[in-house]
Write a protein that binds this ligand. Structure first.
Ligand SMILES: [Zn+2]
Length: 128
């Protein structure tokens, strides 16, 4: 799960695709996945629960607020992910996206989502 997040964050889309379960792997090329995620920046992963075959996580990412816009919108993706073993390796099977997912708006004085302990306006807020 963490390695898949890192692969998304770093743009290693071959790895993202290779860690899908065979049954649920999207029929996309790594290049198509890269194009779809070109504007996405991943900021933080928080694993909130885990069992032997599932992980609950919250991930923060941002995208341009509008086409060609310099300002960015912050999003939360919260998911309950299921994994299965294939050939002795854990693979992502599927997941349920939780209702809290979607664009989020932090107040300037709220604690920053990156867990720096600083206020949002004094931390990552400068970029949004
Ligand atoms: Zn921050």
């Amino acid at each position: 799960m963490r390695s898949r997040y890192s692969a998304y964050a770093l743009g290693f889309y071959d790895y993202v695709l290779s860690t899908y379960a065979t049954e649920t792997r999207p029929s996309l090329t790594a290049q198509q996945l890269r194009n779809e995620n070109r504007q996405t920046q991943w900021h933080r992963l928080v694993v909130t629960a885990a069992s032997h075959n599932s992980v609950d996580f919250s991930a923060y990412y941002s995208e341009p607020s509008a086409m060609g816009s310099a300002s960015r919108t912050l999003f939360l993706l919260s998911e309950h992910s299921r994994f299965i073993q294939e050939d002795g390796r854990w693979r992502y099977y599927d997941g349920d996206i939780k209702a809290e997912s979607g664009p989020i708006k932090l107040g300037r004085n709220e604690p920053c989502f990156c867990a720096s302990g600083k206020k949002f306006k004094r931390c990552c807020g400068a970029r949004f």
